[in-house]
Each structure stands twice: as structure tokens, then as C-alpha cells.
Design a protein around this ligand. Structure first.
Ligand code: UFG
Length: 325
């Protein structure tokens, strides 16, 4: 089995590459290292440094390898930045993906796994959110992912390209063996920021909004361990290679935790003091995002193994303690 992993030097991609290599898949990583790290790619994978927007590079890669599938993790992910600079998001998250899909078509590679997001739903009209919930993304980031999902439906009908779109809720945690973890610059995600406050790398954690309609007034999210996301990708790959139809799945635990609960849990796990600054709401944050992931469980047989918030935070803390990486 040969797979091309685009964005395999980034946070979730690098964990997936390790997972695939462990299960005997021959992996080629294509990453331009704009936010990924060479050292995050496990040694048994081939790393090609370059852009998925480079059609010539793609053609030569597809000519050199007979890939069974492509997994696409490379995208910009900051919601706020996407509002300020939508062109950057549509160019990378949409146009580059189209170039990649063209190369796949020319090489007749018909299995594609796409990293999508809960942001395709926008402000939820009910929780937990299932896959049939209306799609009203409220940011260019969410819209860029939703556009690609729709393109993939057309490509299936017209070209027989089979895809699985995985709509991540709040990806978090790190490789339990501490070889890999979250390393965004700038970091904007709650759990790594809370742990930076615990380790002393950051003075305090800012809590964005305390007046939401939730029990403690802070936002509720569904955190999902990166290792569980990898399991879901591996199952999705098996599913597609066995001839499965194109599908879209939510990936979350189905349980929400508030920002305050995350901070309290991090205090318990780290045994450290974590200073908190209570601030105004961050624009565009829904009060509650919780996944209904029954479809992934039923169709793929996916079962998160590290669903507890404590294990997500403990693994992320293992990685934070290794800083500077
Ligand atoms: N938060 C804080 N302080 C911080 C950072 C975050 O209070 O310093 C809060 C946020 O306001 C939010 C929660 O913690 O309520 C989680 O925020 P994250 O930035 O960690 O994650 P988001 O829920 O905003 O984003 C995630 C994914 C995005 C995706 C989005 C879908 O990371 O890629 O869900 O809505 F687009």
C-alpha cells in the first residue's frame, strides 16, 4: 500500500504518517514546511519538500509512485485570519486542493481523504451536531472546507473519485510516545495555550467570554485526541480501499467541556498554578460545539480510545514538557 500524505509534516498529518508507517504503509509526504517541521516526519516516510500547488511536481510524484490513496492535511486553519485575508484561504485551501485533485485524476488515483472541520456547520441550530445539520459556515475558513466538500461530490459523480471528508471537532492531545505534538506558530488553540501557562512559558491563559449560555458561562467544545483522529483516518482508508462510497463523518467524542473545565482539569493534571485572565468574547465563537459521531462509529467501526479529557490533556502535557522541541 502506498499513500501520499499532503501536509504530513504538520500537527495532525505528522501523527498520521507515523500511524501509517507503523501499519506497513509506504508513505510519501508532500509538505512545503510553511507550518510543518521536517523533524516531525518519521524516518521511514519519504519527505518531498514542495507545494501541492505545483502541478509539475505533483505530476512527477504521481508518475514515480503508484499511490493507492491521497490524504490531504495541508490547509490554513485560523478562523480570525481567514476573515481578515480570505484570499489566502481560498488560494491555499480551495485552489491548491483543486490542483491536487487534477493531478490525482490524471494519474487515475481514486481515493481521497480530506481534513474537514466542524466549522462547515457555522452557528449550530442544535447539539450534538450530526452530519445532516445545515451547512452555514460563518468564516472563509469554514467556507473553504465546505466548498471542497461540494467539489468532491461533483468529482465523484463525474470522475468516480471516492472521498471521505472527516469533520474534526477540536483536535487536541499529542503522540502518547511523546515524539510528536502540537506546534503551531502562533498557537491559538486552548489546550496548548493553557499548558504553556502551566509550564511558565506564558504568564496566563485568557478566557474569551464568561457570559455564554452555558453552566459556567464559558464556551463548550468537544475535544478529540489526535491519536483517535488517526484511527478514524486509517479506518476511512480501509473503507475506501474496500470500495466504500464517498462519505462525510463528524469526528468528536460527543461530550462537551467548557473552557473553565479544561483549565481546572489542566491544573489537576499538571499540579501547576495556571493564572487566568477573563476577557471579552472572541468574535465568531459559538457557545457550544459538540459532535454526534455515531455515523463514524456505525459505518467505520471507529471507537475513540482516548476520549477522556484527562488523557487528552495528559498527553499534550507530556509534549509541552519536552519544550523546546
Ligand atoms: N479560547 C480561550 N482562550 C484562548 C484560546 C481559546 O478562551 O486563548 C476558547 C475559545 O474562545 C473557544 C475554545 O477556547 O471557546 C476553543 O478554542 P480553540 O481556538 O482551541 O478552538 P476553536 O473551537 O475555536 O476551533 C476549532 C478548530 C478550528 C475550527 C473550529 C470550528 O481549531 O480549526 O473549531 O469552529 F474551525
Amino acid at each position: 500500500m502506498k499513500a501520499l500524505v499532503v501536509g504530513g509534516a504538520g500537527y495532525i498529518g505528522s501523527h498520521m504518517v507515523k500511524h501509517l508507517c507503523r501499519s506497513g504503509v509506504q508513505v510519501t509526504v508532500l509538505d512545503n514546511l510553511s507550518s510543518g517541521y521536517r523533524e516531525a516526519v518519521v524516518a521511514s516516510a519519504e519527505l518531498v519538500v514542495g507545494s501541492a500547488a505545483d502541478a509539475n511536481l505533483l505530476a512527477s510524484l504521481f508518475a514515480r509512485h503508484r499511490f493507492d490513496a491521497v490524504l490531504h492535511f495541508a490547509s490554513f486553519i485560523q478562523v480570525g485570519e481567514s476573515v481578515a485575508d480570505p484570499a489566502k484561504y481560498y488560494a491555499n485551501n480551495v485552489a491548491t486542493t483543486l490542483t491536487l485533485l487534477d493531478a490525482m485524476r490524471q494519474a487515475d488515483v481514486r481515493h481521497f481523504i480530506f481534513s474537514s472541520t466542524a466549522a462547515v456547520y457555522g452557528e449550530p441550530s442544535y447539539v450534538p451536531i450530526d452530519e445532516t445539520h445545515s451547512k452555514n459556515p460563518i468564516s472563509p475558513y469554514g467556507r473553504s472546507k465546505w466548498i471542497v466538500e461540494q467539489v468532491l461530490e461533483d468529482y465523484d459523480r463525474a470522475y468516480g473519485l471516492k472521498s471521505v471528508c472527516l469533520r474534526y471537532f477540536n483536535a487536541a492531545g499529542a503522540d502518547p510516545e511523546k515524539e510528536l505534538g502540537e506546534r503551531h506558530v502562533p498557537e491559538t488553540h486552548l489546550i496548548p495555550l493553557v499548558l504553556q501557562a502551566a509550564s511558565g512559558r506564558r504568564e496566563a491563559i485568557s478566557v474569551f467570554g464568561t457570559d455564554y449560555d452555558t453552566p459556567d458561562g464559558t464556551c463548550i467544545r468537544d475535544y478529540i485526541h489526535v491519536a483517535d483522529l488517526c484511527d478514524a483516518h486509517a479506518l476511512a482508508l480501509d473503507y475506501l480501499l474496500a470500495g466504500g462510497a464517498s462519505m462525510r463523518f463528524n469526528l468528536g467524542n460527543g461530550q462537551g467541556f467548557s473552557v473553565q473545565e479544561v483549565i481546572d482539569t489542566a491544573r489537576r493534571i499538571t499540579g501547576r498554578k495556571i493564572a487566568v485572565r477573563y476577557e471579552a468574547r472572541r468574535p465568531g465563537d459559538p457557545a457550544r460545539l459538540v459532535a454526534d459521531s455515531r455515523l463514524a462509529r456505525d459505518v467505520l467501526g471507529w471507537k475513540p480510545k482516548r476520549a477522556e479529557l484527562t488523557s487528552i490533556i495528559a498527553d499534550a502535557w507530556g509534549w509541552e514538557q519536552k519544550w523546546p522541541w
